[in-house]
Design a protein around this ligand. Structure first.
Ligand code: SAH
Ligand code: MG
Length: 219
């Protein structure tokens, strides 16, 4: 069952190739960043997932965006450009944050993207303001903890996008589940169950990239 899975992706290779061929070509800094991520195993989100995110941002006219997990700043830059708005992004790793800062500067977006260094579990409770969209793309075992704060930070009618929730398909079936990921996958399943049961949110699970949960805050 595993042979059709390429990296952190849950779709058939031929579907993936086809979708990726339809994506706008990246160039310059973005292309360099994609190469850097590949060569250094930085888990930036899949290009089709980022495309999806850009379109959601445009449909929702999201201008104030919060991201949990910046890595090298790739998705933050893409989201900031798509929104023509402001992104606040949180990164735990000092090394990643240094690279992200450099990339944000190169992109000319230092005044549009605010990078906060630290553990989002500590940073989120200190953040104020209302966000139109929150992109959750950090440690998968911590999504439920992030949610305690991000639900407060999201405006009514706001959107939360949680990335990698199907985790190579392991969330959906024990057939793919590898032993060392059992705790993580249990947490992801509990997170999705919690979103499903949450009366304040409507959630759709989208089988794109590594699985995306798209949640709408009703109140
Ligand atoms: N959103 C990025 C990829 C993020 S990869 C993109 O698509 O371009 C996940 C990142 O989350 C890693 O860099 C990791 O260091 C960071 N991270 C993990 N747990 C975190 C936490 N609790 N708080 C902040 N960042 C965290
Ligand atoms: Mg991701």
């Amino acid at each position: 069952m595993r042979d059709w899975i390429e990296g952190d992706n849950i779709n058939y290779d031929y579907i993936l190739r086809y979708i990726r061929d339809t994506l706008p070509q990246r160039e310059g800094l973005l292309l360099e960043m994609e190469k850097y991520a590949e060569e250094n195993s930085v888990p930036i989100s899949q290009p089709e997932s980022i495309r999806f995110l850009e379109i959601i941002i445009k449909i929702a006219n999201a201008k104030r965006i919060l991201e949990v997990g910046s890595a090298i700043g790739y998705s933050a830059i893409r989201m900031s450009r798509a929104a023509e708005g402001e992104v606040t992004t949180i990164e735990l790793s000092e090394e990643m944050a240094d690279i992200a800062e450099e990339n944000i500067k190169k992109a000319g977006l230092s005044d549009k993207i605010r990078l906060i260094r630290g553990d989002a579990r500590e940073i989120l409770p200190q953040i104020d303001g209302e966000f139109d969209l929150i992109f959750v793309d950090a440690a998968k075992g911590q999504y439920a903890e992030f949610f305690k704060e991000s639900r407060r930070l999201l405006k009514k009618g706001g959107i939360m996008v949680s990335d990698n929730v199907l985790y190579k398909g392991m969330t959906a079936t024990d057939e793919l589940l590898v032993h060392r990921k059992i705790t993580l996958v249990r947490r992801l399943r509990a997170y999705l169950e919690m979103l499903k049961e949450n009366k304040d949110f409507s959630t759709a699970l989208i089988p794109i990239g590594d699985g995306v949960a798209l949640s709408f805050k009703k109140i």
